[in-house]
Design a protein around this ligand. Structure first.
Ligand code: NDP
Length: 246
């Protein structure tokens, strides 16, 4: 692929789970990928190696998405190296589940800061360059919890509902400049984030999923890949949940 035709994607939280699957899928789609992680360096280096095994290139950098300056520096260095960013996918996210009456202020802030403000920080830093180049797209990871609300997850549901509002507003704001913004709202996906779900809780969850199984990170990555390529889709919320919300 020539230097001019190479497309660049930026992925937050690309070291594990859905973000990792997105990195690998976008590389298969012909992107060179810059991704960030918070602390798990070993997992990040492993993703770089897997990408090299596919004949592609992905570069990991330790960047906490809650740190606006670190995100700005990361985005600026990717833009400087590659000349611009064609696609942004925000997958960095955490859970701190508790009933509201037991929720600590720190549980609330950590989830809002990482999931919602982290998404803002990445988009705020990357969209400016897209506006200048009059092209690009954003795919933000929300959740079924953000569409419907889930008991025990007021912090998480608020952050994920916020991401839907944020992304739809962004789609309206930047569409006239040729930039698209969409949301993916996964249901229950088999990653380390839901590793604690087992036994009765898992059985209960499966009864409300029409397809009767958890989803895979690759299935979510396929949806992200679709939205990155779908030139006439913007402001969409694509539910990848096996019928959880039917
Ligand atoms: P994982 O816990 O498997 O992976 C989370 C990723 O985010 C890791 O790469 C982690 O880095 C990174 N990360 C976390 N906090 C930060 C931070 N402050 N700065 C930079 N990177 C960070 O999560 P999933 O893959 O399961 O989830 C990915 C996204 O999808 C999240 O936004 C989640 O809310 C959403 N989602 C997940 C669902 C599921 O069932 N799994 C369902 C619906 C939505 P590190 O490896 O260094 O820790």
């Amino acid at each position: 692929m020539s230097e001019d035709s190479r497309r660049i994607a930026l992925v937050s939280g690309g070291s594990r789970g859905i973000g990792r699957a997105v990195v690998l899928q976008l590389v298969r789609d012909g992107f060179e990928v810059a991704f960030c992680y918070r602390s798990n360096e070993e997992a990040a280096r492993q993703v770089e190696k897997e990408v090299a095994g596919l004949g592609g290139r992905a570069t990991a950098r330790r960047v906490d998405v809650t740190d606006a300056q670190a995100v700005k520096d990361w985005v600026a260095s990717v833009e400087k190296e590659h000349g611009g960013i064609d696609a942004v996918v925000t997958s960095a996210g955490i859970l701190r589940d508790r009933p509201l009456v037991l929720m600590g202020d720190e549980d609330w802030s950590a989830v809002i800061d990482t999931n919602l403000t982290g998404t803002y920080n990445v988009c705020r830093a990357a969209v400016f360059g897209m506006l200048k180049r009059r092209r690009g797209c954003v795919v933000n990871l929300s959740s079924a919890s953000g569409v419907k609300g889930t008991g025990g997850q007021t912090n998480y549901s608020a952050s994920k509902a916020g991401i839907i509002g944020f992304t739809n507003a962004l789609a309206k704001e930047v569409g006239k400049y040729g930039i698209r913004a969409n949301t993916v709202a996964p249901g229950l996906i088999e990653t380390e984030m839901v590793v604690d779900l087992s036994g009765k809780a898992l059985e209960r969850a499966l009864t409300v999923i029409s397809l009767g199984r958890l989803g895979t990170a690759d299935e979510v990555a396929g949806a992200v890949s679709y939205l990155v390529g779908a030139q006439y889709v913007t402001g969409a919320v694509l539910q990848i949940d096996g019928g959880l919300m039917v």
